[in-house]
Design a protein around this ligand. Structure first.
Ligand SMILES: [Mg+2]
Ligand SMILES: [Zn+2]
Length: 134
């Protein structure tokens, strides 16, 4: 996504100074359209559901996560474009929940494992043997 000079670093938003002259409503609109980091996702999910998630625990949450994976499978086979988008969102939200209660920082984990290319061959795109990783 083209950020037009906007830059998110963790929770801190760096704005070019001229943008501060924009009307508030326009700033809100820009804000809503900005990219949503994995760290932000985990924070929003925690703020929304943390008490319930911790009460349910990792095992119960994993079952809900798998149920959503099943719904994604059904949506991919026969759902509308909107249903597919919703199920991707559900799976990602439940994965973020699981990461929260398991104490995993998704952004760091993904960056560490995939940030420099394929974990197997360290290439972008992956050059692993087809027989090994189709
Ligand atoms: Mg669902
Ligand atoms: Zn590879």
């Amino acid at each position: 996504m083209e950020d037009g000079g906007w830059k998110m670093t963790g929770a801190i938003l760096h704005l070019p100074s001229s943008i501060l002259d924009l009307p508030f409503s326009l700033l809100v609109e820009f804000w809503c359209r900005m990219s949503f980091s994995l760290a932000q996702l985990q924070r929003v999910i925690a703020e929304t559901y943390d008490a319930k998630d911790r009460r349910r625990g990792v095992e119960g949450t994993f079952m809900w996560f798998m149920e959503e994976v099943g719904e994604l499978s059904a949506a991919l086979r026969g759902g509308s474009e909107r249903q597919r988008a919703e199920e991707f969102a559900d799976v990602l939200a439940w994965l973020a929940t699981l990461a929260n209660i398991a104490g995993v920082d998704l952004e760091s984990a993904v960056q560490a494992k995939y940030g420099e290319g394929c974990p197997g061959c360290r290439q972008i795109p992956c050059s692993c043997d087809h027989a090994e990783k189709p």
